[in-house]
Design a protein around this ligand. Structure first.
Ligand code: NGS
Length: 273
């Protein structure tokens, strides 16, 4: 059964439908050769798409930090494009891969994604998310709201419960303005954990309230992987995080782009951070 909201002008409508049951097991989602899939779905090089028969209401950059998770990346891409197209968004997907050697820095890769995306388009909205998280409900719109939104508040690995109120990890949506207002993410969180808590306290310090959709809409399926060992520096970084809000973030972001390619399903950027 399909429902849609009427458009007064030629703005795109957002189709809401009942496809949930088909989407429950993303690991079994049919995978296709990327070139064939891009051609079939009309995706432009670099993973860009927009509806052609109406004016899209949202212009969104999806930023995915990445290292060494090829299978997850493949599953994510084959799943997410049809999902986003059903929402009639104008979107582009950026995969920001961290070069080897240093520990993974998820937050800094988000900052790099923001900086690189901003160079190529005036995106209104940014989704920052992990590639192991698959949105299960097609009504979970990949666009921005007036408040920063925690999108993945209901994940199967937590039995679809929110573990703590201040959790702002997994998948989040912020307008460019909201993101810039808090100076982006901290750059100092190398290794697992804490960077999302730091980001949440940045938002609070600037008076932002966050929002979440209901748990039925915010459902995600987490692709299985080995759990990382938490970083020992994370608590110390969190302790003095307030001192760094203005000086540590997109304001002092330094990195080198080692390589970049417009791949069929996403823009790939290899960065040394
Ligand atoms: C907290 C971490 C967050 C993390 C959250 C959920 O403990 O970075 O767990 O992690 N904070 C610290 O370590 C200070 S999860 O269970 O999803 O892997 O996002």
């Amino acid at each position: 059964m399909e429902r849609s909201y009427p458009a007064r002008d030629n703005s795109c409508t957002i189709m809401l439908n009942e496809r949930r049951s088909q989407l429950l097991y993303p690991e079994e989602y049919p995978r296709e050769d990327p070139v064939v899939m891009a051609r079939r779905l009309g995706i432009l090089p670099g993973g860009q798409w927009k509806p052609l028969n109406c004016h899209p209401l949202f212009n969104v950059a999806i930023i995915l930090p990445y290292r060494n998770r090829q299978t997850q990346l493949t599953i994510f891409m084959s799943y997410i494009h049809p999902f986003l197209q059903a929402q009639n968004l104008d979107y582009r997907i950026f995969v920001i891969e961290q070069s080897p050697m240093r520990e993974f820095n998820r937050a800094k890769l988000f900052n790099v994604g923001y900086a690189e995306a901003t160079k190529v388009n005036d995106f209104h909205c940014f989704i920052f998310q992990d590639i192991d998280l698959i949105p299960q409900n097609p009504d979970n719109i990949y666009a921005c709201t007036t408040m920063p939104r925690h999108m993945s508040s209901s994940v199967n690995t937590f039995r679809y419960n929110l573990p703590y109120t201040g959790l702002f990890g997994g998948a989040i949506a912020l307008t460019r303005k909201q993101f810039e207002r808090v100076n982006g993410f901290s750059n100092v969180f190398y290794g697992w954990g804490g960077e999302d808590d730091d980001f949440y306290s940045r938002l609070q310090s600037r008076g932002f309230q966050i929002t979440r959709f209901g748990p039925d809409i915010a459902q995600y399926y987490m692709l299985t992987h080995k759990k990382e060992a938490p970083s020992s520096a994370r608590f110390q970084n969190l302790e003095n995080s307030a001192r760094r809000y203005d000086t540590d973030g997109i304001s002092n972001l330094e990195y080198r782009v080692l390589n970049h390619q417009l791949r069929p399903l996403y823009s790939w950027i290899l960065a040394d951070v």
